[in-house]
Design a protein around this ligand. Structure first.
Ligand SMILES: [Zn+2]
Length: 220
């Protein structure tokens, strides 16, 4: 069962209190998508994965905690431009703002993860262009992360395979192909099945969403 509790939190930036949802427990059933987007029951809690101060617009993992440099980031043109995006779904804006906060604090792994969550939230809102943009941002952050020899997923090949899916879903087929080339030598039948699945979808310019179970031939 999914359990959400509500707590009053005081924003570290503006000092105002607001009610924030906290995920105590979430159902875990069904297969994740190839980009690790969790199945619906678990994903329904995404609205609580980062908090937003309704008074000043501070978005962070917890608004009563200070993300380094948050005061400056909140005043930056990039952050203010994001805040004023009226077209994008509010949850997507919140997640992208939190990602920006974390990036400016040099918390790159969390910034990457939060950008990917924004893509999932955009998927759920049917906001295709926002989803593509959030995926491209995630890929750029992943490139930066790998440039530092750091990783979002400890198994580098598994991370590359997730990047393939993010690139394909963003319509970046050449980028997906290059990533797939780096995986051709991996000697593991289950892994190879997923690589072959991605190859066929990339070749067909297919940006569709598939679960890991579907791609491994194990059903939905
Ligand atoms: Zn605030």
């Amino acid at each position: 069962m999914t359990t959400i509790t509500t707590e009053e939190r005081r924003c570290i930036l503006c000092g105002e209190a607001s009610s924030q949802g906290i995920v105590v427990d979430a159902d875990r059933s069904g297969s994740a998508d190839l980009d690790l987007r969790p199945p619906p029951d678990q994903r329904d809690t995404i609205v609580h994965w980062v908090q937003e101060c309704p008074h000043c617009g501070y978005c962070a993992p917890a608004i009563d905690e200070h993300v380094a440099g948050a005061d400056e980031t909140a005043k930056s043109p990039a952050y203010r431009a994001l805040r004023s995006e009226s077209e994008a779904p509010p949850l997507v804006v919140r997640l992208l703002c939190a990602s920006t906060m974390l990036l400016h604090a040099d918390r790159l792994v969390e910034a990457t993860e939060t950008a990917l969550w924004a893509a999932w939230a955009a998927d759920d809102a049917g906001a295709g262009e926002d989803a593509r943009r959030a995926r491209r941002r995630t890929l750029d952050l992943l490139d930066e992360l790998r440039g530092r020899k750091e990783h979002y997923i400890a198994d580098e090949n598994a991370e590359t395979l997730v990047m393939v899916d993010i690139a394909r879903r963003a319509g970046e087929f050449e980028r997906a192909d290059r990533l797939l080339d780096a995986l051709s030598a991996v000697d593991d039948p289950r892994f190879s099945a997923l690589v072959a699945f991605q190859r066929s979808k990339v070749a067909a310019n297919d940006t569709g969403r598939y679960t890991i179970a579907e791609a491994s031939g194990a059903g939905p």
